[in-house]
Ligand binder design. Structure first.
Ligand code: LMR
Ligand code: MN
Length: 615
């Protein structure tokens, strides 16, 4: 499992890749946001203006980003961060139906949302995903994406307030002015709304000017007097959401979910509004971490709109988010049967196939999906997995092109630095000195005690002890690579008791053992091993390697990071940033043993150390 941290990124990143995608298409609001950002031209988006990784373009994503940016914590946001940003499914995060408490919650998700331990998982991906690398694929959004908070502005919603264009008056051939044609009815409006259109407009003004409580009261009044008006109920739901955001209240969010449901249940509800209400409801449910409930909502939608690709794509995403990848696969296949070439379905299907390990086949979907430039396809995770699939099938030049393109489009920090969970402002370089990394003391401690650290590991190397476990992140091209984890995500593993001296040395390094975005582990690699080029999940850590047993026979052992190749020395620490592409060759005659110690990037603040979601 070495691969873990990186692995996850590698292909795993694949998983990671799940990130933001989630809400794209079906998400009406998200769509609007993207349209605004892209100048509302879906077919020819300007790459630079595209939403970055989070592409999610969902209003919740916008909200989450805003919260992250301003450092506000909201229980919902914390939950949503995971729920929305990645496909839990793929990443092995357990669903929770628990509602996060209101206000004042630490920005950490509830335990229930943490990736579950082996055995508790319910799907194949979860079982195989390495805990460290697991989220890797998720798209990182921190600091990277700047999205305008327009999601809540109903004026920006094409569907809610379609613009009426004034047609020039034409005269008939006999010179008379033709009878005024009636405007086509707004597909979102019902007959039951007509008598109160004026009042609805008044209430909408309140909503637009962010007077959520007043808007809610106005809509509530309309609901009481006109209980069959779908628009009144929809407005009430929208104002509840706005108020929930303003007050950071999960309780209001739940009321809002109920209100959307009431819209959809009205016999008088026009189909277009029903679709919009239920898609929005599902989005809010996802935001709350109620993934199964969101799936139910989307299942219901798919029954009503069985040929609607947006609805089906959203259903596929819902399955992905709870780890039912096979079901998701079927749904995306159905979309492609009905709408061949649908970009969103292509990238998602390609993603599923890729993480199952069929590189060749995944390219058939990922490549046309990514090049379609359709909404929801411009995600780092898709570029990441496509590049990886191309590389592993010997199409290395094309892989390079895809990575370059991903970097140009703002999905990666550079063609080499492809981590997806990034804090944008951090300085970066492939290899670091202890001074640059601000770990001079740590390096001294490790180098002074290297023999103790080595000897404890050597005693534990017996395979029967079961401490060194195989890398299972699919990072190995050839050979054998095992690791023994002591800390991960800032938590000490019980196995520390097997190497007590080493762990007590490590305990003196809070920026290492407390690094919630890293691990500490022994890594042993056998001769004949080649590790595919891969990328770690985050730029928030640096990776120290303490050489313990370093063979120099044969062609030796080498580590490439970006375009710099180095090797290890016994008793010496090597520091690199594993968010850059790296690759390892073990071509010596005997095993190589190192201790990997991740440490917070020196530019990471105290607050970030506390609040960044663990990886
Ligand atoms: C990595 O961190 O990906 C590798 O360099 C680890 C190792 O054991 O060489
Ligand atoms: Mn790695």
């Amino acid at each position: 499992m070495q691969g873990t941290s990186d692995a996850r990124q590698t292909m795993e990143s694949q998983d990671e890749l799940h990130g933001g995608v989630v809400r794209q298409r079906g998400n009406v609001m998200g769509k609007n946001i993207q349209e605004q950002n892209n100048g509302s031209n879906e077919t020819t988006p300007e790459p630079n203006k595209e939403l970055s990784p989070t592409s999610s373009k969902g209003s919740s994503v916008v909200l989450i980003l805003l919260l992250l940016m301003v450092g506000i914590t909201w229980g919902i946001a914390a939950t949503a961060y995971f729920g929305v940003v990645d496909y839990k499914v793929l990443v092995g995060i357990k669903e929770t139906e628990k509602v996060v408490t209101e206000r004042g919650e630490p920005p950490v998700m509830s335990q229930d949302n943490q990736p579950s331990k082996e055995g508790e998982t319910t799907n194949e991906n979860m079982k195989t995903a390495d805990k460290d690398e697991r989220d890797n694929t998720l798209k990182q959004t921190e600091g990277k994406v700047k999205v305008k908070d327009t999601a809540q502005d109903p004026t920006k919603s094409k569907n809610s307030t379609p613009k009426k264009t004034k047609k020039p008056t034409t005269k008939t051939t006999d010179g008379t002015v033709p009878k005024k044609k009636k405007n086509p009815p707004d597909p979102l409006t019902s007959e039951k709304d007509i008598p109160i259109l004026k009042q609805l407009r008044e209430a909408e003004k309140l909503l637009k000017s962010k007077q959520a409580a007043k808007a809610k009261a106005a809509y509530q009044k309309l609901v009481s007097s006109n209980p069959e008006s779908p628009m009144a109920r929809f407005g009430k739901a929208e104002s509840l959401f706005q108020q929930a955001e303003q007050e950071r209240s999960n309780k209001l969010l739940q009321e809002c979910i109920q209100a959307y449901n009431e819209v959809a249940e009205l016999a008088t509800c026009p189909p277009a509004l029903k679709k919009k209400a239920l898609l929005t409801k599902a989005e809010r449910q996802t935001f709350l971490g109620h993934l199964r409930a969101a799936l139910l909502t989307k299942t219901q939608l798919a029954r009503d709109f069985p040929n609607d690709e947006k609805v089906l794509n959203q259903l596929g995403v819902a399955y992905l988010m709870i780890g039912q990848n096979d079901k998701a696969k079927q749904v995306f296949e159905t979309v492609l049967d009905i709408h061949p070439g649908d970009g969103f379905a292509l990238v998602h299907l390609g993603f599923i196939i890729k993480i199952k390990g069929d590189w060749m086949k995944s390219i058939e979907y990922l490549l046309p999906g990514v090049t379609s430039l359709e909404e929801g396809t411009q995600e780092g995770k898709f570029y990441f997995h496509l590049g990886d699939a191309l590389y592993r099938t010997n199409r290395t030049k094309e892989a390079d092109e895809i990575y370059k393109l991903g970097a140009e489009r703002g999905l990666f920090r550079s063609k080499f630095q492809r981590s997806l969970y990034n804090v944008e402002r951090l300085q970066s370089r492939p290899f670091w000195t202890p001074q640059q990394a601000k770990v001079v003391d740590y390096v001294k401690k490790l180098e002074k005690n290297w023999k103790t650290i080595r000897d404890e590991a050597l005693k534990m190397m017996d395979v029967k002890k079961g401490l060194f476990v195989n890398e299972d992140e699919n990072l190995r091209n050839t050979g054998e690579w095992r690791q023994f984890t002591l800390y991960q995500r800032g938590k000490k593993d019980a196995a520390c008791s097997r190497v007590p001296k080493t762990c007590s040395i490590l305990e003196q390094m809070p920026n290492a053992v407390g690094c919630t975005r890293g691990q500490v582990k022994y890594s042993i690699m056998m001769p004949g091993t080649h590790i595919w080029p891969h990328t770690g999940p985050t730029n928030c850590r640096l990776r120290m390697h303490l050489g313990l047993v370093i063979p120099t026979t044969g062609d030796g052992v080498r580590l490439r990071c970006a375009d710099d190749i180095r090797t290890w020395e016994e008793g010496k620490v090597l520091i690199f940033d594993d968010s850059f592409e790296h690759e390892v060759w073990q071509q010596a005659d005997t095993f190589r043993l190192i201790l990997i110690v991740d440490v917070w990037h020196p530019d990471i603040t105290k607050r970030e150390k506390r609040t960044l979601t663990p990886i």
